[in-house]
Design a protein around this ligand. Structure first.
Ligand code: SF4
Length: 167
């Protein structure tokens, strides 16, 4: 397993069990309201300044104003995870493709942006996380469900907590 998709990488930061399910292609509820909102924000924001590009048919990236690798987020609530996810895109492009970019996080609903640079500290953090997540993703079974705040809005909540009245 050489490359872990940024989508799975980001999921791991929130919940390793969710990352395992995505990695093993267990589909979530695609009509889930939060996913729908995320798609809508992504599709309608900054339309004129963004250009979508596919890399290896695996990685869809947005170039903002032709120079910055952009990631649109519906809120800055999980900003630390968003920074790491974007840093992971930059890391992949640098190490697999020899392309060096800076990144930008866009929060259109909050009219906020933040630049992200792939520093040596961030690279080291990413490598440690990759070492940690590889064996977990390759395991036959997912890690047990752990109740966290995100469960309430997670698209796998029925899968993990079926029959539970309080999530
Ligand atoms: S419902 Fe909770 S435990 Fe289950 S995958 Fe989602 S975040 Fe993880």
């Amino acid at each position: 397993m050489k490359f872990i998709s940024p989508y799975i990488f980001q999921a791991y930061l929130t919940c390793p069990r969710e990352a395992w399910m995505l990695y093993h292609s267990i589909s979530s509820d695609q009509d889930h309201e939060y996913l729908a909102l995320g798609r809508l924000v992504h599709e309608t924001s900054y339309q004129r300044s963004r250009k979508e590009i596919f890399v290896d048919q695996l990685l869809k990236i947005d170039l903002f104003r032709g120079e910055l690798l952009a990631e649109v987020k519906k809120s800055s609530r999980h900003i630390e995870a968003a920074r790491l996810q974007l840093a992971y895109y930059l890391y992949y492009l640098k190490h697999e493709k020899g392309l060096e970019f800076e990144g930008i996080l866009l929060f259109p609903k909050e009219r906020k942006t933040e630049k992200v640079q792939l520093t040596p500290e961030l690279e080291e953090k990413i490598e440690l996380l990759l070492d940690e997540m590889r064996p977990l993703l390759m395991a036959d079974k997912p890690p047990p469900a752990k109740r966290i705040k995100y469960c309430r809005s997670c698209s796998f909540r029925e899968y993990c907590w079926a029959g539970e009245t309080e999530i």
